[in-house]
Design a protein around this ligand. Structure first.
Ligand SMILES: CC(C)(COP(=O)(O)OP(=O)(O)OC[C@H]1O[C@@H](n2cnc3c(N)ncnc32)[C@H](O)[C@@H]1OP(=O)(O)O)[C@@H](O)C(=O)NCCC(=O)NCCS
Length: 174
């Protein structure tokens, strides 16, 4: 069993709704993708619309993984920099695998597919991302070859009195 990954899929209503459901399910299971539970797909929609707008402008590319039932099971967004001195690397955002599929190696497959996609883009030499501290995510990204290159203490306030580090991870594509 494996996910089927597609880079730059056509944006259909099914894909949009599948991503919204995935994002809500991941968030409500405690995933660190920009929201805290409880959250509804409707509350997430504006964030997804921002990704779609960036995709329409060619600044962001979507990588999506489908399971055998054809359901959206994983995503990662690859975002190019607009700063003219930073066009040689990109950002990886909203890395997630549906809770029912976590722990089966699909996260690592997703990051391998993202790395392949980035290597296929002209002039891209590194992938940078940030993750929320305190969840072990550094270990996940570390197992995929990323190195921690920075950490902003307490930059993410998930709840009053619960501040988490914002951890910066980098994968040089050398
Ligand atoms: C993080 C995430 C993408 C990993 O996907 P996954 O399919 O569960 O991970 P895999 O099964 O491919 O695991 C790969 C390795 O990372 C480790 N790992 C996975 N999630 C981990 C976590 N949260 N903390 C520590 N280690 C983790 C696994 O143990 C495995 O290591 P091993 O081979 O030494 O056992 C997934 O758990 C997820 O979507 N989480 C919620 C959303 C989220 O927080 N995304 C990160 C945004 S920065």
């Amino acid at each position: 069993m494996a996910l089927t990954f597609t880079f730059d899929p056509a944006v259909t209503p099914e894909l949009r709704d599948g991503i919204l459901d995935l994002w809500a399910d991941v968030s409500n299971a405690g995933g660190a993708v920009g929201f805290v539970p409880p959250v509804t797909p409707e509350a997430i929609r504006p964030e997804l619309v921002k990704h779609f707008a960036a995709m329409a402008e060619g600044r962001t590319r979507l990588l999506v993984g489908h399971d055998e039932q054809g359901k959206v099971a994983a995503t990662a967004f690859l975002t190019l920099n607009t700063h003219r001195l930073m066009t040689h690397w990109l950002w990886l955002y909203t890395v997630m695998v549906h809770p029912r599929h976590q722990g089966k190696g699909y996260g690592r497959d997703l990051l391998a597919a993202a790395e392949d996609a980035a290597r296929g883009l002209d002039g891209i030499e590194a992938i940078r991302l940030t993750c929320r501290g305190g969840l072990g995510l550094e270990r996940f990204y570390g197992s995929c070859g990323y190195k921690e290159v920075g950490r902003i203490p307490g930059a993410i306030r998930v709840a009053p009195g619960d501040d988490r580090d914002d951890v910066i991870m980098l994968l040089p594509l050398g």
